[in-house]
Design a protein around this ligand. Structure first.
Ligand SMILES: *Cc1c(COP(=O)(O)O)cnc(C)c1O
Length: 391
């Protein structure tokens, strides 16, 4: 059999799942639902001792992620937030980290409510437009970002940022959840650490919570493995299996969801109540050219702004096919209201600066028939219009 590196990513998603050592020829990797593992006498560990540290199903998933992101190792966690929290344990009191100001709300809450208490310092800037050099201090250790950002879809040039950051000895940490490894590989662009919420596109079915950290440096890996086994936020065997299963269809799901997203973006642009459509796959998006350079696709996340907050609320009140729910990256289309959901706890001043108002809605586009999604929006817009005008 060819080496896995010689296959396309679509094929990798299939073959990496295999367990060539399985004596029964199982095509689906087994779920090793065992907390502990027996030793064949003193010094006779099978390589698996205790599931907090290692588990064969989870390890299979970790090796798949490491290969999809071109890292040397991946660590699977019980959630995306557990992954972010564990990465923050690499730092010590007094360390300073430059973060993008438009991040997943849970990450902002972690930095503000927990990491600051433990002595870490943060500066939030717009990494897509501001110069990171102006914010570097003697104690700055890392830059932390998402691209495109959540929910405002700002795009940062990872290669350019990594060159500047590495010139100052900083680590570059990229949360790659929005695009998944199918569309973007930050380690190849110079990032040192990649984070994923496995709950989203990797799992892909809104049925499990998980997270990943992928690294390319042995020392960082060693340190993270120590934190990992000590803190104990590893992903459970069954959830590891669910994400392994999700990854087998990653390529077709991402392609289809993106195709739908492009069509929906064009559709939404034509509605007179829609004042802005923010999708990095639209040529007028300021990050379009960078996306074309550093990613293989634009993803399926789309943010739009309507002319009135009551119109936004009526959209949420009237969706039927589309779910009004938090989260993203599954086969079903979800609509999210960042101001009361994902970003409810983000400081007001920051929301205002980023333009996250009560007129902003976020879509995670799924793989339904596009004609049905458009019919849904036709119906929802009509109802919202009636409700707002009082007829
Ligand atoms: C959802 C999400 C997270 C957190 O992941 P959980 O699995 O919900 O803990 C982190 N970053 C981004 C960009 C996300 O969308």
């Amino acid at each position: 059999m060819k080496h896995s590196d010689d296959y396309s990513i679509d094929t990798k998603c299939q073959i990496l799942n295999r367990d060539l050592s399985d004596k029964w020829g199982a095509i689906s990797f087994p779920i090793y639902q065992s907390a502990t593992f027996a030793h064949n006498g003193l010094g006779g560990s099978t390589g698996y001792d205790y599931t907090r540290m290692q588990n064969p199903t989870r390890q299979q998933l970790e090796s798949v992620l490491a290969k999809l992101e071109n890292g040397i190792d991946a660590l699977a966690y019980s959630s995306g937030m557990a992954a972010v929290a564990n990465v923050m344990e690499l730092f010590k009191p007094g360390d300073h980290i430059i973060i993008d100001e438009d991040l997943y709300g849970g990450s902002i809450r972690l930095f503000d409510a927990i990491n600051k208490k433990n002595g870490l310092e943060f500066t939030a800037i717009n990494l897509s437009s501001e110069d990171v050099l102006e914010h570097i201090r003697p104690n700055t250790k890392a830059v932390y970002l998402e691209t495109p950002t959540n929910p405002m879809m700002n795009v940062t040039d990872i290669e350019k940022l990594a060159a500047v950051a590495h010139g100052k000895g900083l680590l570059v940490i990229v949360d790659n959840t929005f695009l998944s490894p199918y569309f973007q590989n930050p380690l190849d662009l110079g990032a040192d650490i990649v984070i994923h919420s496995g709950t989203k596109f990797l799992g892909g079915h809104h049925d499990t919570i998980g997270g990943f950290v992928v690294v390319k440096d042995e020392k960082i890996d060693e340190r993270l493995r120590l934190i990992y086994k000590t803190i104990g936020a590893g992903l459970a065997p069954f959830d590891s299996w669910l994400i392994l299963r999700g990854i087998r269809t990653l390529s077709v799901r991402m392609d289809r969801a993106q195709e739908n997203a492009i069509k929906l973006a064009e559709y939404l642009k034509k509605n007179r109540h829609v004042t802005r459509v923010i999708y990095p796959g639209l040529p007028e998006h300021p990050g379009y050219e960078i996306m074309k350079k550093q990613a293989r696709g634009f993803g399926a996340m789309l943010t739009f702004e309507v002319d009135d907050s009551s119109f936004a609320k009526e959209i949420l009140n009237n969706v039927e096919l589309i779910y009004f729910a938090e989260s993203l990256g599954g086969t079903e289309t979800l609509i999210t209201y960042p101001i009361t959901q994902t970003h409810a706890e983000v400081p007001k001043a920051l929301l205002e600066k980023n333009g996250i108002t009560d007129r902003i809605l976020r879509l995670s586009v799924g793989i339904e028939g596009i004609e049905d999604l458009i019919a849904e929006f036709d119906r929802v817009f009509e109802k919202a219009e009636k409700a707002v005008s009082g007829n």
